[in-house]
Design a protein around this ligand. Structure first.
Ligand SMILES: NC(=O)c1ccc[n+]([C@@H]2O[C@H](COP(=O)([O-])OP(=O)(O)OC[C@H]3O[C@@H](n4cnc5c(N)ncnc54)[C@H](OP(=O)(O)O)[C@@H]3O)[C@@H](O)[C@H]2O)c1
Length: 159
């Protein structure tokens, strides 16, 4: 399954100045627990926000031009189709973990969204989820995590 995972403010913001505009350790823990043992695809800008590769996950970094030093459990792919081809051979889920460009490009291929609702309105945000990102999805579940955060689960509505 291709699952997008994101934390979104009240107005769809996900980033500011190239980073996350908040820090919730409960959400980081939720992200780690949800994605561990699977593959995570991210754009090069999001890769730059990590201090090191995500542990116990295959890190797939999308980049048309950047060079990344070879390291364990990190692969660089040059286009979306290469990620979709690789997915066929992975015996695990593929988590789409942003940022804005990557969520937008993967939207037609996403089976499920996992959305942490951040109870903030970030002034000056410059990265957002696509405005219509949940249009073809319905909310199937929600749960509370720590720090007063709610996570919504959305599945694609069969057409
Ligand atoms: N709230 C959240 O859950 C969340 C999650 C993740 C990220 N974020 C935030 O989102 C922001 C970053 O988003 P962004 O849109 O600027 O960047 P991004 O999507 O992380 O990365 C964009 C880069 O990825 C590469 N890329 C994208 N599509 C590609 C494709 N089809 N084929 C090959 N390479 C491709 C390109 O890299 P090259 O230029 O190297 O070619 C492009 O410049 C940051 O503020 C970050 O903190 C938030």
């Amino acid at each position: 399954m291709i699952i997008a995972i994101v934390a979104v403010d009240r107005q769809g913001a996900i980033g500011k100045g190239g980073t996350l505009p908040w820090h919730y350790s409960a959400d980081m823990k939720f992200f780690r627990e949800t994605t561990t043992g699977n593959a995570c695809v991210m754009g090069h800008n999001t890769w730059l926000t990590l201090k090191k590769p995500l542990q116990n996950r295959l890190n797939i970094v999308l980049s048309r031009q950047s060079q990344i030093e070879p390291q364990d459990a990190v692969i660089v792919l040059r286009n979306l189709n290469s990620v979709l081809s690789l997915k066929k051979y992975l015996g695990c889920d593929l988590f789409v973990m942003g940022g804005e460009q990557v969520y937008r490009e993967f939207l037609p291929y996403i089976d499920k969204w996992i959305v942490t609702e951040v109870p903030l309105t970030v002034e000056g945000a410059d990265a957002f989820v696509p405005a219509d990102y949940l249009d073809e999805f319905s909310r199937v579940e929600s749960k509370q995590i720590e720090e007063g955060l709610t996570v919504g689960y959305y599945e694609r509505v069969p057409t």
